[in-house]
Structures are given as structure tokens and as C-alpha cells.
Design a protein around this ligand. Structure first.
Ligand code: ZN
Length: 299
């Protein structure tokens, strides 16, 4: 299987879930071995890679030399879920637009952009031995497997959530139909605290499943939408490895911080973090610095 990128640029705009700020982004085709790279209107570049992660509480934020992009996980999940390896993301702000709180808007524009198979093989990483992070009731493990599989258990005291268990092989079709539309969720009780620390400022009933004491305020897209969104987040965070993973992830009540711990543990187990002396710079380092490219398609 060879690497893939998109055929033509596509754009999207909206407000950031946490910042509440208006942002627009354009997805552009990128050369082989680029991975997914974010570029500011000033030409600053940050790759979606473990070394770029600067915060993983409530959302995954990457940054480099002062250029930060918050809440990258749903866009990364869409790219990974659809098997798109190489992509440049031009963004005129510091947070990916929330859309409807799921990966659905990103799947829609990536599908509208079309697909190009490129002249280099995809290089999946195989998990050599079981790896586990976390403690108590919150943990993640990954065990060797010939396919990528996720088995997730989410349990929460709130009766609207309860215990949700799902095991899946997220093929492109399964991802698009069963996971992409699952929205992020939040508890009404937590909104005040989150806003005080600068989070959830763009959160609303339009982009978040809001759980109040009485139950879900704005309906569910799937009976078990919560665990489906957890799986979506995990797919997005694992995308930071830059290569598809062959292994079975078994998860219980994880979040972005634990997902990132697993990414680092996989990286260590595979020796991926060490670039040999004299190795060439990654492809994204050679990307031209430029402003936003006009989009040819908008969704
Ligand atoms: Zn999420």
C-alpha cells in the first residue's frame, strides 16, 4: 500500500472549541514522507509529531517556535481514518475549528478534495511486545496484532453514560460511518471551571454533547456516542506517530494525556524518536514558507 495525499486544496472555517476564536484553514496536498504539517500565515511550521506536543489536557496542542495549534485531534483522526498520510494544513489562527465537535466536517472536506496515491510505500509500525501506560481505572495498552484494532471501555458514574464497551477495526469505511460523526462531550457542571482556565470558550450545544444532571441536553447521534468519540480521539492522537500502527489497543477511561503517554511509549519501544546521526531532515522542513493558498473548493 502506497502513501496518499489529497488531490486539491480545500478550506473550512469556524470557531475553536476552547479559544472561541474564528479560524480558517486550508488543507493542501503534500509530498511523500511529509506527514501532516501545520503552517501559519507567517510561514511558521509545526509537524504533527510527538516532539511537537506542548499540551495534552482536554485537547491536544502542538507547537514549535511560538506557533501553536490547539485541538488538532479531530482533524488528525479524519486524516488517519481515511488513510491520508501527507497533508499541509494552513491555518490563520491557533486552534482548529470545532465544526460540530466531531471529525465529520473534516471527513467531508477530505472526501471533497479527492485522493492521490503517491510513489512511496506506507511504512506501518508493528508493536513488538505489550506496552501499557496508566494506573487504576485509567489505562491504555497495546499488544502485537497484524491489524489495527481498538477495544475501548468507558465508564462514568453519570447514568447518561454508564458503561460503554466497543471493539472495532477502524477501516476507512467503518471510521467514516461509525466514528467520524461522534461528537466531543462535556458536563454542564464543569463549564464554569473550564472557562476560568481558558477552555471551552467556543463550546456550545452546536459542537458539544452537553451532559446535565437531568441527562443529555442535545440528543445523541449514536446510543454509545461517548465511547465512539473516545475512539475517535485515540485515533487522532495515535496519528502523531506519523505512521500507521499495527497493534491492538485496549483502553479504559483514557484521555489525551494518557493517549500521548502511549504514543511516547510506542516511540520508545520502537526507537522511533532517535534520528541517526547524519540522517536527512524530514520532508516537512523543506516546505516553502508562504501565506494561505487560495482554496479551490470549500465545504
Ligand atoms: Zn475529541
Amino acid at each position: 500500500m502506497n502513501q496518499q495525499t489529497i488531490r486539491k486544496p480545500v478550506s473550512l472555517e469556524g470557531i475553536g472549541l476552547h479559544s472561541g476564536k474564528q479560524v480558517s484553514l486550508t488543507l493542501l496536498p503534500a509530498p511523500t514522507n511529509t506527514g501532516i504539517v501545520f503552517r501559519s500565515t507567517d510561514g511558521d511550521v509545526v509537524p504533527a509529531a510527538p516532539e511537537s506536543v506542548v499540551d495534552s489536557h482536554y485537547a491536544t496542542t502542538i507547537g514549535r517556535n511560538g506557533f501553536r495549534v490547539q485541538t488538532v485531534e479531530h482533524l488528525l483522526a479524519a486524516a488517519a481514518g481515511l488513510g491520508i498520510d501527507n497533508l499541509t494544513v494552513e491555518i490563520d489562527g491557533s486552534e482548529v475549528p470545532a465544526g460540530d465537535g466531531s471529525a465529520k466536517p473534516f471527513v467531508a472536506i477530505l472526501n471533497a478534495a479527492g485522493r492521490v496515491t503517491q510513489g512511496a510505500p506506507r511504512r506501518p509500525v508493528s508493536i513488538p511486545y505489550p506496552i501499557r501506560v496508566g494506573t487504576g481505572g485509567r489505562w491504555l495498552s497495546i499488544v502485537p496484532s497484524k491489524t489495527f484494532r481498538i477495544s475501548y471501555t468507558l465508564d462514568n458514574d453519570h447514568p447518561a453514560i454508564g458503561t460503554q464497551v466497543l471493539s472495532c477495526v477502524p477501516t476507512e469505511k467503518a471510521f467514516a460511518e461509525e466514528f467520524a460523526a461522534a461528537r466531543t462531550y462535556g458536563f454542564l457542571d464543569h463549564v464554569g471551571m473550564l472557562r476560568r482556565i481558558g477552555l471551552a470558550r467556543g463550546g456550545s450545544l452546536e459542537n458539544t454533547v452537553v451532559v446535565a444532571k437531568s441527562g443529555v441536553l442535545n440528543g445523541l447521534r449514536y446510543r454509545d456516542e461517548f465511547v465512539r468519540h473516545k475512539i475517535l480521539d485515540l485515533i487522532g492522537d495515535l496519528c502523531l506517530l506519523g505512521r500507521p500502527v499495527l497493534g491492538h489497543v485496549i483502553a479504559r477511561n483514557a484521555g489525551h494525556a494518557l493517549n500521548f503517554e502511549l504514543v511516547l511509549a510506542i516511540q520508545r519501544a520502537l526507537g522511533l524518536e532517535r534520528r541517526p546521526v547524519g540522517a536527512t531532515a524530514p520532508a516537512w522542513a523543506a516546505l516553502p514558507a508562504s501565506g494561505l493558498t487560495p482554496a479551490t473548493a470549500t465545504a
